[in-house]
Design a protein around this ligand. Structure first.
Ligand SMILES: [Zn+2]
Ligand SMILES: [Zn+2]
Length: 281
């Protein structure tokens, strides 16, 4: 599997000179399966450039889109996703149960005076909602994808991609805590992440920032380091960077996380997700 980061930022797109290294676009990942099939996770602002790239490739536009949840930063790129307007494009929508409603709501926009000028009926692609990942699993070309509920306001889903040669876990917008308020707690996430070759996890905050942000549905670097160590993952990737976190501050957080992992007695690769880069699992 190849994992490409098209958007790594949390909460709101944050372009500018201080976010050049790690990127300013919000959540969007492209997972290329060994079969060549494309699975997209979330439709944050990063999906715009992914759409451009997909349209340039000489490959069928038969895509899976997995939604973690429908907060704006994971949805607002959708109207700019070029393949949506291509008549030969088919998008199988899975993941969070409200994904299809969220997608339509971006276009319909009945709030106040409407939030978008183009209606959902302007889409040429076939969008087919499925619910395989709501409490179940999705098998795609030899890959098994399972889900786990997120500790996040209004809920959401994280995903685990498993194949014989490696495992990748994606958990964003997830507040790790010992006594979870959505019926799952820290050991549940350890089980879900157990032995993953790559864990990409929400790491929006520093421990000293949490007092005023508890309940917002995001994790601090010390909890994420502890999860990665207890789950014995191969590589930890810090994700959903806070919009106010400059490149230097993200680099500092990455260094701090490496120290925390070492203090916990583990040796693993730690890196902060960078927009435009690709990992292979
Ligand atoms: Zn988010
Ligand atoms: Zn969210």
């Amino acid at each position: 599997m190849k994992i490409t980061f098209w958007g790594t930022r949390g909460s709101i797109a944050s372009p500018g000179q201080e976010t050049v290294i790690y990127g300013g676009n919000t959540t969007c990942l492209e997972i290329t399966l060994p079969s060549g099939r494309t699975v997209v996770i979330d439709a944050g602002t990063g999906i715009r450039k992914l759409g451009d790239a997909l349209l340039k490739r000489d490959a069928p536009l038969d895509l899976h889109l997995l939604m973690t949840h429908v907060h704006w930063d994971h949805l607002m790129g959708m109207p700019f996703f070029g393949p949506l307007f291509h008549p030969d494009c088919r998008i199988t929508l899975d993941g969070w149960s409200k994904g299809f409603d969220g997608l339509k709501a971006v276009f319909i926009g009945k709030h106040v005076d409407g939030t978008w000028p183009i209606g959902f009926d302007a889409i040429n692609a076939r969008v087919e909602p499925r619910q395989r990942l709501t409490g179940g699993e999705l098998r795609l070309d030899g890959i098994t994808i399972t889900s786990h509920p997120l500790q996040h306001p209004q809920g959401g889903l994280g995903f685990r991609f498993s194949q014989d040669s490696g495992t990748f876990v994606f958990l964003t917008d997830n507040e790790l805590m010992d006594d979870g308020w959505r019926g799952c707690c820290f050991p549940d996430f350890v089980r879900f992440c157990r032995g993953a070759d790559v864990l990409v996890h929400d790491c929006q905050y520093l421990p000293e920032e949490m007092d005023t942000r508890r309940g917002w549905g995001h994790s601090d670097v010390s909890s994420v380091a502890r999860l990665a160590v207890e789950a014995e993952v191969g590589k930890l990737v810090l994700f959903h960077h806070d919009p106010w976190r400059t490149d230097q501050a993200v680099t500092d957080m990455e260094a701090r996380c490496k120290m925390m992992v070492e203090e916990l007695g583990a040796h693993m690769e730690v890196q902060a997700a960078r927009e435009g880069t690709t990992l292979t699992v």
